[in-house]
Design a protein around this ligand. Structure first.
Ligand code: NAP
Length: 354
């Protein structure tokens, strides 16, 4: 694998995790180029070397192999095509290009083959979608999922650094019996649950809810799967939790066998012993790379139904880690710009990822 020059655009909640995930990765990185909107000139430490944060200017992406974008959809819409034109492969964390038919939407454990078709931009899916599809893909392959009903309990870090700060400030204000500052969400998030993530659409769903439906279909390459989502913001700093119900076309085996299937799936860890109070918790999964699955039980109200509780770190598997895994995949397979196509062995890719 050749040495890589990697740009990181945006150093917020995800950008910071991007740098630390890259640092821990096995990628051979010759140079990091941190690109910011404010505070240019500050020094970013990476693998024992200091790199000056730069503002984005014409030509800044020339010579960059991979540009990891986490600066919001607006910045991605304007800057990602420029970066791609200047020769970088963009891995974009925003929603800007996810449903663009020319842009692959990739979760390396699920659809690594899609990355090969990139034309300079690869999209990272929405955080709540990523953890759900990692847990469900093995079951979809074997039993064909017809319908998913999912309720999410999403951490405030999914909104970025400002929301983490607001939860901290509101909690402190509550403890001191002071008025809470409310700026990021329409209502206080401390000691509350808001059934409102992203804007509402004409059909009554929020954009976040429709992302789970649309992105799951694109990633599974199966437009027959239906996803009915209710997405909720909760006062948790890190890790999204999801109550997932599926209905399959083929009969499901016993729960013990389902656990065996999921235990072998790349990126999945089973944590399921309710009698001993063992199930995935946001506080335990923070900082971890895997998607944790527990509370696995048959849905006794329908013929082929299953319930489970799925937890993952939204800043890692839901964002930075997934992006770095895509970078590892395209670097290893030589799917960078100008790289020659290699025949893809999906099983091999999945093994390498876990
Ligand atoms: N947080 C998550 O769990 C998560 C998961 C998946 C995807 N995402 C997506 O990732 C992106 C970043 O999210 P975040 O949570 O990291 O937000 P954040 O904490 O608010 O950080 C955003 C960062 O982007 C920078 N930025 C904005 N415009 C820029 C530009 N034109 N050039 C360079 N930097 C720019 C901001 O700089 P300033 O500080 O100067 O404003 C800020 O540092 C969003 O598109 C989000 O939807 C987030």
């Amino acid at each position: 694998m050749k040495d890589l020059k990697i740009a990181v655009v945006g150093l917020g909640a995800v950008g910071k995790e991007m740098l630390s995930t890259l640092e821990k990765s096995n990628l051979p990185i010759s140079e990091i180029v941190p690109l910011v909107r404010r505070n240019e000139g500050r020094i970013i430490q990476f693998r024992g070397k200091g790199y000056k944060a730069k503002k984005i200017s014409e030509g800044v992406f020339k010579g960059i192999d991979i540009a990891l974008f986490s600066a919001g959809a607006e910045a991605s819409r304007t800057l990602a095509p420029i970066a791609a034109k200047e020769g970088a492969v963009v891995i974009d964390n925003s929603s800007a290009f996810r449903m663009d038919p020319d842009v692959p939407l990739v979760v390396p454990e699920v659809n690594p083959q899609a990355a090969q078709k990139h034309q300079g931009i690869i999209a990272n899916p929405n955080c709540s979608t990523i953890q759900m599809v990692v847990a469900l893909k093995p079951l979809h392959d074997l039993f064909r999922i017809k319908r998913i009903i999912v309720s999410t309990y999403q951490a405030v870090s999914g909104t970025g650094l400002a929301a983490i700060e607001e939860l901290n400030e509101q909690t402190k204000a509550f403890a001191e019996d002071k008025e809470m500052p409310v700026n990021v969400y329409p209502y206080q998030i401390a000691f509350n649950a808001l059934p409102h993530i992203d804007d509402f659409l004409d059909n009554g769903y929020s954009k976040e809810e429709m992302k789970m439906h649309n992105e799951t279909r694109k990633i599974f390459e199966d437009n027959t799967v239906r996803v009915s989502a209710t997405t909720v913001r909760v006062p948790v700093v890190r890790c999204h939790s999801e109550a997932v119900n599926i209905e399959t076309e083929k009969p499901l085996p016993e729960v013990a066998e389902i656990k065996e299937i999921l235990a072998k799936a790349p990126g999945v860890k089973i944590m399921d012993d309710p009698e001993n109070n063992v199930y995935p918790l946001a506080v335990d999964c923070a900082g971890k790379y895997d998607v944790y699955v527990g509370r696995i039980r048959k849905d006794f109200t329908i013929e082929n139904g299953l319930n489970m509780w799925v937890v993952a770190d939204n800043l890692l598997k839901g964002a930075a880690l997934n992006a770095v895994q895509i970078a590892e995949l395209i670097a290893e397979k030589n799917w960078l710009k100008g790289g020659k196509d290699n025949a893809l062995d999906c099983a091999e890719v999945r093994r390498n990822i876990c």
